[in-house]
Design a protein around this ligand. Structure first.
Ligand code: FVH
Length: 292
């Protein structure tokens, strides 16, 4: 029954900021939880909240079939599981990895008799256990494993399964975070432009946030153009017009005493695409220049 799924007993390895947040949601939901952390002191508060604290990672792994890991990086997964018997275990790895590391880890787990699901967390710790915050976790690898544990895994945050390829959760995770860094870079440049002026950054912030939200749906048109191969489809502001505007951005940066180093790489790609004769296109052609 759903109730049985919700009360699945599980083990969590790694009680950093994220692991601790995850642990609290399972404890609050009444799941029997065994935890282990390299630095035992980090488990003390959770023990007071009802977690069973194992003396070793191997003991924690032996305690349950479902094992969730949330460690710093892929190398720490090796260190933590070195002595553990993974036979018959359902391993869910929420540690940030590259797609290649996730695929290798899936094979590594299979060789040790475990089933494997990789996860990429699209949330920061305060979003965990707060459904309205919109955080979720990408999962990839065994679909059967995902379906079996989806109720338990859905307690800390939403779940989005992205395919049998164990590397896909990490790939989606890194893709979205890469886009986020592009957004942060743009916002950094915008704040730099007004830094020395009598403009309150707190006044610019809501304008910036609203503008980024208004522009974000453009990714749907990009996807549509990539699928059709027609980069002129639905174009509103063509590449030729946009490249013609770039000197304005660079001159403004210079006048404001701001380095153009965040803008330049993208503008250079736009210029290269234009030089290939793609002036009537959208910005989508830049993607083809990036793919080696
Ligand atoms: N926190 C965040 O904002 C992001 C949000 C998106 C997902 N990431 C990823 O989640 C993984 C864990 O991140 P975290 O925030 O919990 O990180 P820390 O607070 O630094 O805790 C790290 C835990 O890993 C343990 N650990 C590190 N190295 C080893 C090792 N060699 N052997 C055993 N355990 C290790 C560490 O143990 P300790 O320092 O307390 O002894 C913590 O439990 C991560 O992949 C993020 O990219 C978080």
């Amino acid at each position: 029954t759903q109730n049985t799924v919700e009360k699945t007993s599980l083990t969590l390895l790694g009680l950093g900021a994220m692991g601790t947040a995850l642990a609290r949601t399972w404890l609050s939901a009444g799941h029997p939880l065994t935890v282990w952390n390299r630095t035992p002191a980090r488990a003390a508060a959770l023990a007071a909240e009802g977690a069973r604290v194992a003396d070793s990672a191997a003991e924690a792994v032996a305690a349950n079939t479902l094992i969730v890991m949330c460690l710093l990086d892929d190398a720490s997964v090796d260190e933590v599981l070195v002595d553990a018997d993974l036979t018959g275990r359902d391993l869910v790895n929420l540690t940030t990895s590259t797609p290649a590391q996730a695929r290798t880890r899936a094979e590594w787990a299979r060789e040790r008799g475990a089933r494997y699901l990789d996860g990429g967390i699209m949330a920061v710790p305060p979003m965990i256990g707060v459904p309205e915050a919109g955080g979720y976790v990408f999962y990839s690898g065994s679909r059967e494993l995902f379906e079996r544990h989806r109720g338990t895994l859905g307690i800390p945050a939403g779940t989005t399964y992205v395919g049998e390829d164990a590397g896909f959760a990490a790939l989606h995770d890194v893709a979205l975070l890469s886009a986020m860094y592009g957004m942060f870079a743009g916002a950094a440049h915008a704040f730099a432009l007004i830094r020395k002026e009598d403009i309150d950054p707190a006044a610019l912030a809501p304008l910036l946030a609203d503008w980024l939200v208004a522009m974000a749906p453009a990714v749907h048109q990009t996807a549509d153009q990539l699928r059709s191969g027609d980069y002129t489809k639905g174009v509103v502001s063509n590449l030729a017009m946009q490249v013609a505007g770039t000197p304005t951005f660079l001159s403004t940066a210079e006048q404001q005493g701001v380095s153009p180093e965040l803008l330049n790489p993208y503008f250079e790609l736009m210029g290269r695409r234009l030089a290939e004769g793609s002036g009537e296109e959208d910005l989508t052609g830049v993607i083809d220049l990036l793919v080696r």
